[in-house]
Design a binder for this molecule. Structure first.
Ligand SMILES: *Cc1c(COP(=O)(O)O)cnc(C)c1O
Length: 355
């Protein structure tokens, strides 16, 4: 039976990227060796790094003055790398969920941190809009998509201080005006690759301003200077991301990706709102296009387990909600086809008809 992969992360990848990776595991770039067996300093692998960086610049339309670096450690490592490199006196954070909270806690180790607004009062079910970004902050940190609770900031914020964004779960899901950001980081395993690789896009003029000494691996300038080859990067993961970006470019870039993501989100949310058995969990205007969270409607709570089993029997994978929210979460990252969302909607409609 066909599987419909709604996993929240690691998550679905384009078949093209999977197939190309399998081929490179056997014979990488005509070397006769697996990509796992060659030097990261070989000209063949250096070409992979160069193409990956060039594809990021092209697909995301990254302006001059920004560097793209590929590092290990996951987005969680960036939670402290960012303040390490940028926080001299004070930083500002918008707290919109679990990941934003973790980022904020790490920053507190490095200086004063102001929470400009938080949606914790309503269990992170909305994006705060009424706040002032302090003009004396070294940077303002946001988490563009709240992966766990299902809210998303779908526009590029105007900030008087450098804007830093954790885009782990919505990078490359829509065109973004990179010039409005000072730094963007993302773990690859949701929208652009496999677990283990993190991309950091940074405006170079922001670096070198803090007075604390920086360990070599923490200093972004190390990776910029060495073309992300100061140490051994997660080579296979870089390759997966290169192929994922090639696929994005091939199908029409972020304009096409956004069109597809909007269509998927509209389909699932229309059904959540129409179906008597289910109800959404966040305010409508802040709904995430990446992670649609919903629970059983009042009066139908006792059927949660039954629906989970029914959906699984139809090939739905990964729709169980995060343990802190319960219910269901359909993660619809770039590579998920519309037909998978339609298959889930069909399940919801059949379930409704029999209850
Ligand atoms: C998944 C996720 C993270 C954590 O990423 P790791 O690579 O596991 O460290 C951080 N931020 C957001 C928004 C996420 O969705």
């Amino acid at each position: 039976m066909k599987k419909h992969n709604f996993n929240p992360g690691p998550a679905i990848l384009p078949e093209y990227a999977i197939n190309e990776t399998i081929a490179a595991m056997k014979d990488f770039a005509g070397t006769g060796l697996s990509i796992l067996e060659v030097s990261h300093r070989s000209k063949e692998f250096e070409a992979v790094v160069n193409e990956t960086v060039a594809l990021f610049k092209e697909v995301m339309n990254i302006p001059e003055g920004y560097a793209v670096i590929l590092v290990g450690g996951g987005a969680s490592t960036q939670f402290f790398h960012v303040p390490y490199n940028l926080l001299e006196k004070k930083a500002a954070y918008l707290v919109t969920g679990e990941w934003a909270t973790r980022a904020y806690k790490e920053a507190k180790l490095f200086g004063e941190v102001e929470v400009v607004a938080s949606s914790e009062d309503k269990k992170f079910t909305y994006i705060p809009k009424d706040y002032t970004i302090p003009a004396d902050a070294d940077y303002f940190h946001i988490t563009t998509n709240n992966t766990i609770f299902g809210t998303e900031i779908l526009h590029d914020i105007d900030s008087p201080v450098p804007l830093v964004a954790d885009m782990s779960s919505d990078i490359c899901s829509r065109p973004v005006d990179v010039s409005k950001y000072g730094l963007i980081y993302a773990g690859a395993q949701k929208n652009i690759g496999a677990a283990g690789l993190t991309v950091v896009i940074v405006k170079e003029s922001l670096l070198g301003k803090v007075s604390r000494p920086l360990p070599t691996m923490v200093d972004y300038r190390t990776h910029i200077k060495n073309n992300s080859l100061f140490n051994t990067p997660p080579v296979l993961n870089v390759f997966v991301t290169m192929m994922t970006l090639r696929w994005i470019k091939e199908i029409g870039g972020l304009t096409e990706i956004e069109k597809r993501n909007k269509a998927k989100a509209e389909l699932i949310y229309n059904e959540i709102d129409r179906n008597k058995c289910f109800v959404g969990t966040v305010v409508k205007e802040d709904r995430s296009r990446m992670n649609a969270c919903f629970v059983m409607a009042p009066g139908y709570e006792q059927y949660e387990e039954e629906f989970a089993k029914f959906a699984a029997s139809r090939g739905m994978v990964g729709i169980k909600g995060h343990r802190s929210v319960g219910g269901f979460r359909a993660s619809m990252y770039n590579a998920l086809p519309l037909e998978s969302v339609q298959a889930l909607v069909d399940c919801m409609q059949e379930f409704e008809a029999s209850h």
